[in-house]
Write a new protein. Structure first.
Length: 245
């Protein structure tokens, strides 16, 4: 009888140890799930709020999603769209540009680029003014090539991406313009998906693509065009730059 009682006690003790282990394991799994859960939950909830038109709540939730997953192109896209709805244009531009960069030519990049195009014009414009001469010299854009008589030529910077349909239309026009003005103007094509071009993109503060920036011979940004506006636009802007040279 005594042996039976000992066996029962030992069985109960083993059972309690096993139960404690299972409870601890379950708690650990719950804690792990809670640690991983906020990002997708905040993202899904933020998207839902955005669709319903509760933009202020969408911004808060999607900010949490971006903070938890800074490399998510989708999180940046939807946060940018939410900021756009609240007319927080500077923040919208920041996150939509991040979505383009992180999306690497995916539909997310294309949607972010289209959303950028809807910003007010002053948020789309690249950097202009006399100070841009120093950017051109610092990046080596001006001073590398010179025309007849040792004089620098105007430069055209064409910011593009292979997945951008308007960029392909513009490329056709650029080929024609180059054949006409190739001896008078320097042409540079800048792929925004190439990491080596990030400094140029940031320095000129380029947002949507295509963006074409026109530099005077001394490197100052004197004009620009955003989007595709037909075959005559680039030629017209080049003529303006040449007239100032």
């Amino acid at each position: 009888m005594k042996c039976f009682r000992i066996a029962v006690r030992e069985g109960l003790s083993a059972g309690l140890v096993a139960l404690s282990f299972l409870m601890a394991s379950g708690q650990s799994l719950i804690s792990s799930a809670q640690a991983a859960g906020p990002a997708p939950t905040a993202f899904a909830a933020g998207k839902a709020k955005l669709i319903k038109g509760d933009y202020a709540s969408a911004v808060k939730m999607l900010e949490a999603a971006v903070k938890a997953r800074p490399g998510s192109s989708e999180a940046h896209l939807y946060l940018g769209q939410a900021y756009l709805k609240t007319r927080s244009y500077a923040q919208a531009r920041t996150h939509l540009r991040a979505a383009i960069r992180l999306g690497k030519g995916s539909p997310v990049s294309q949607k972010a680029n289209a959303a950028l195009m809807t910003l007010p014009k002053n948020y789309l414009a690249p950097r202009t003014g006399e100070d841009t001469r120093f950017i051109a010299y610092a990046l080596g854009i001006v001073g590398r090539e010179r025309g007849a008589g040792g004089q620098s030529k105007p430069t055209v910077l064409d910011f593009y991406a292979s997945w951008c349909h308007p960029c392909k239309l513009l490329e056709q026009d650029m080929d024609k313009v180059k054949s006409t003005y190739g001896d008078k103007v320097n042409f540079m094509s800048i792929n925004v998906d190439d990491p080596s071009n990030e400094q140029v993109i940031e320095q000129y503060d380029v947002s949507p693509i295509p963006t074409v920036v026109f530099l005077s011979p001394d490197g100052q940004v004197v004009s620009y065009s955003i989007g595709y506006s037909g075959p005559q636009n680039v030629q017209k802007e080049i003529e303006k730059v040449l007239a100032r040279s």
